[in-house]
Design a protein around this ligand. Structure first.
Ligand code: MRU
Length: 367
């Protein structure tokens, strides 16, 4: 997508260069900086400290992390140790395991002296596929936005509420929840986005607002707790969010606070959609609340906030009393019964096992 006049992906290699470039998301929207990753350790750190974040991008970064590992030492032992190191970088987004298993499955049968090129090619294939998949699911989701517009008699912009950042910065390009917005906007459907700020790390206020602004999509940043009020007053036509892991039964794990939005949507008859590539489906899990590992991050993300000062410096300030403890669960699970539909690259389906299997037949065995 565009930043100024230039088109960017979130992760890429320059030509035959063996290093991997990423957009540093920890300094957006105040700075635009590119970080270069030289090793699997760099990639693991970038995932852990959220230089790169968002489930599909975490997967692509894991894949490139294994390519960097193969560049250093293509042995079986190093393939496995880099796999283990990357797998634990963040626990909730299943795309990481999906991408690492795909890379290991591809590289394992290849002789070590031929693994280097094969690893970069496979990581690039994962990245390219993510772009195509997000574009396709965006097209399906845009039809839902266009239908909402038709229901208003084409008289009003469609108001979409989203939580966290599930735009192109969270993927390789296009995004998941925001891909339908971009496709609808480009097709001339007037759309306005309510952007939840998404405490504690403010991915909505900093990243979603940044990308929507860069693409010229009308949007308004709102505090996390206002969604219920907006819905009660008919100010939201549909919610679209992303997900870090969706069970085969359609339970959806996403950034903490998503569940409360789904409850408010349910109570107010507002459709609640979740956009995801198939790589985010965990076919091995059935009960999202009981089985999905929920990341717990540092309490300092709650006790402190960062932003730009009037002088243009980036500063961090404490917002809680010095001795108050804080708890920081990164994600929550929205049960399938609160989800109107899942927007995938193969179309929109019910949030249920039958719904998912209707689009992705052949996954029965993974139960
Ligand atoms: C297309 S991304 C879907 C999810 O990864 C996104 O909604 C989200 O929760 C991101 O969380 P983050 O902690 O910023 O990685």
């Amino acid at each position: 997508m565009k930043i100024g006049d230039s088109a960017f992906r979130t992760i890429w290699c320059d030509g035959d260069s063996r290093v991997v470039n990423v957009i540093d998301q920890t300094v957006l929207p105040h700075r635009f900086a590119i970080k270069t990753l030289h090793s699997a350790t760099d990639a693991a750190l970038a995932i852990r400290d959220m230089t790169v974040r968002g489930a599909p991008l975490i997967g692509a970064a894991g894949a490139y992390g294994l390519a960097l590992a193969m560049n250093q030492d293509p042995s079986d032992a190093h393939l496995q140790s880099a796999f283990d190191q990357l797998l634990v970088a963040r626990p909730t987004a299943v795309n990481l395991r999906w991408a690492l298993e795909r890379m290991r499955g591809h590289l394992g049968p290849i002789a070590p002296d031929r693994r280097r090129n094969a690893a970069y090619a496979e990581a690039a294939a994962i990245a390219d596929e993510d772009v195509a998949v997000c574009s396709a699911l965006g097209q399906h989701g845009a039809e839902l936005i266009a239908a909402a517009w038709r229901r208003t008699g084409r008289s009003q912009p469609v108001n979409v509420l989203t939580h966290c950042n599930a735009g192109w910065l969270a993927t390789v390009d296009w995004g998941t929840a925001l891909a339908p917005v971009y496709k609808a906007h480009r097709a001339g459907v007037p759309v306005h986005v309510w952007v939840d700020e998404t405490r504690p790390r403010n991915q909505g206020a900093s990243l979603t607002a940044y990308e929507l602004g860069s693409e010229g999509v009308p949007h308004t940043v709102v505090v996390d707790n206002v969604g219920g009020h907006l819905m009660q007053h008919g100010m939201v036509d549909l919610c679209i969010v992303g997900t870090d892991r969706t069970t085969r039964t359609g339970d959806v794990c996403n950034k903490v606070g998503t569940y409360l939005k789904a409850l408010a949507a349910h109570d107010n008859g507002v459709p609640f959609y979740v956009a995801l590539p198939a790589s985010t489906i965990d076919w091995r899990m059935r009960d999202g609340v009981k089985e999905i590992p929920i990341e717990e991050r540092e309490a300092t993300e709650v006790t402190h906030m960062s932003g730009e000062t009037a002088e243009g410096d980036i500063a961090t300030i404490r917002v809680t009393p010095k001795n108050s403890p804080a708890l920081n669960y990164g994600f929550d699970v929205t049960p399938a019964r609160l989800v109107t539909g899942l927007i995938t690259e193969r179309g929109v389906c019910a949030a249920s096992e039958a719904g998912l299997l209707s689009l992705f037949p052949g996954e029965e065995r993974a139960a």
